[in-house]
Design a protein around this ligand. Structure first.
Ligand code: FE2
Ligand code: FE2
Length: 203
């Protein structure tokens, strides 16, 4: 789904003088609604944003920091729907033009190291990469279960993860690589996604 031509050919993004300059949730949703027409992709971005926010809060970060994590998740695929060949260059350039916090922009640039060529460094970078593909797989699993997220177990997700024909577009390689970089066992990541993803506000 992503190609080597997406390499961003740089490691630094935004301007560190802009740290703390963020979009409000309303502004982020406006951007998302303007750029993303595909409802499934919108759901994916909201789910990853939710996971990021909840994880940041669980780690003891304050609301201001958690909002940055939320925004990184919410906007990471903003350009994928209409400009897949410019993913994620276009959203990065948009956020740079708006002088948005460089840490948010860099996290977005890190969500696919083997495509974008950017190494995740911070916990925000690493967790966005770690949640991205796994979130998609868990959601696909919820859609095939009559009970959705209710009663979902880690072992059920692991079975789907092993079955390469299930949600075949989800890169198992990236899931393993991301977990390793985050230094979190895949089982723990799955447990976190299962516990929190179902309560994402999709409004
Ligand atoms: Fe992406
Ligand atoms: Fe994504």
């Amino acid at each position: 789904m992503q190609t080597p031509s997406l390499n961003l050919n740089r490691q630094e993004f935004g301007n560190s003088a802009n740290i703390g300059n963020v979009l409000s949730l309303e502004q982020a949703h406006a951007l998302l609604n303007e750029w993303v027409l595909n409802e499934r992709l919108k759901v994916h971005m909201k789910q990853v944003g939710h996971l990021m926010k909840v994880y940041a809060l669980e780690q003891g970060l304050d609301e201001t920091q958690a909002h940055k994590w939320h925004l990184a998740g919410l906007l990471h695929d903003a350009d994928w729907d209409q400009w897949p060949d410019q993913h994620c260059r276009k959203i990065i350039e948009e956020l740079e033009a708006r002088a948005i916090d460089s840490e948010i922009i860099r996290a977005i640039a890190c969500h696919g190291p083997r495509y974008f060529g950017v190494e995740p460094r911070t916990p925000m970078d690493k967790m966005l990469y770690a949640f991205d593909e796994l979130s998609g797989l868990v959601h696909a699993y919820s859609l095939m279960r009559p009970e959705g997220y209710v009663g979902m177990e880690v072992k059920g997700v692991k079975k789907r993860l092993k079955d390469k024909t299930f949600a075949a577009q989800v890169s198992r390689e990236d899931i393993d690589d991301a977990a390793q970089r985050a230094a979190i066992p895949v089982d723990d990541l799955i447990a976190f996604v299962v516990a929190h993803q179902g309560s994402t506000d999709l409004a």
